[in-house]
Design a protein around this ligand. Structure first.
Ligand SMILES: [Zn+2]
Length: 309
């Protein structure tokens, strides 16, 4: 059974607090282990989870404000220290390449790890992963920012009892899958009659943005959406001005996009009681709601029910 879950390293925006480390998230998705937006302290936060630097396969940075990237130097050096045995892909906005180069070589170290540097140069850029397609979408923030979305294609699960009922076995199953139908005993059997759709799963990561088309494009039908919720409604005007979301806005996006599990995070240090984020979000979103806390793990919800057959 493959593991798909979010591991939260930190949940603070701008300035960390006693209870909240700077941003940082790990998505375990089968054999992909993706580190998103490592803020300061991410390397040490990893120690408190079951994830090691050697597990990481990919790093995605949304933008180069400090709370989303100042953990890169330590994390990247750790990859070399731990002799990570495989290349690690790194994505970030191409406009911030200079920042990335500085962070990567922020201090002297013996570089052995191989980074495959693949900056985002266009809205909608896609990367083919074994588990699906990773796509970047432009967000609205004072500097170039991209959110990410991982989409697993729908699959198809054959139903052995139906195949047996039609007397289809061996290479004929492959032919039926390829062609979409098969003639057996004077009757045409279609793939839909002997299989069900196995819905692909979707993960979305939306950081530092005002409301824009990109937010909705990323969130669409996400099984798990991690989204910034820096402010509450009392600071809505400020949020719009500086390119951030309120809890209510993030929850409305989730509700309108058919999101199943909503994870709110990236909280401003001005709010002492995180329950207020839940209260505002609950007015708009009825699904599974998680107010992120450091070091918590959030499972990707079970696959949607198969259809067809
Ligand atoms: Zn920012």
């Amino acid at each position: 059974m493959s593991m798909r879950e979010l591991v939260v390293l930190g949940t603070a925006s701008q300035a960390p607090t006693r209870a909240r480390n700077h941003n940082g998230y790990v998505l375990r998705w089968d054999d992909e282990v993706i580190l998103f937006d490592p803020g300061e302290g991410s390397q040490r936060q990893l120690l408190h989870t079951g994830v090691t630097a050697t597990d990481l396969t990919r790093i995605c940075v949304t933008h180069f404000h400090g709370d989303h990237c100042l953990g890169l130097p330590g994390t990247i050096q750790r990859l070399s220290l731990d002799r990570v045995p495989r290349p690690v892909a790194v994505h970030f906005p191409a406009g911030g390449a200079e920042y990335f180069d500085r962070l990567r070589h922020a201090s002297s170290f013996h570089e052995t790890a191989e980074l495959v540097v693949e900056p985002i140069t266009a809205d909608g850029q896609r990367f083919a992963l074994r588990a699906g397609t990773l796509q970047a979408r432009r967000l609205r923030h004072p500097i170039e920012t991209y959110g990410y979305r991982l989409v697993e294609p729908d699959g198809c699960r054959m139903l052995p009892e139906r195949l047996a009922a039609y007397g289809i076995a061996g290479p004929a199953v492959g032919e039926l899958l390829r062609v979409g139908h098969l003639d057996v005993g004077g009757r045409r059997v279609t793939r839909d009659e002997v299989s069900v759709t196995r819905p692909g799963q979707r993960f979305a990561f939306v950081m530092d943005t005002g409301l824009c088309d990109g937010v909705y494009a990323l969130a669409e039908h996400a099984d798990l959406l991690v989204i910034e919720s820096t402010f509450l409604a009392s600071e809505a005007a400020l949020a719009a001005e500086v390119g951030h979301l309120t809890a209510g806005q993030a929850a409305r996006v989730a509700a309108e996009s058919g999101v199943r599990t909503l994870v709110l995070t990236h909280f401003s240090q001005r709010y002492a009681d995180a329950r207020r984020f839940a209260d505002e979000a609950r007015e708009h979103f009825a699904g599974e709601l998680v107010i992120a806390e450091d070091l918590m793990t959030v499972p990707v919800p079970p696959r949607r029910v198969a259809s067809g057959g």
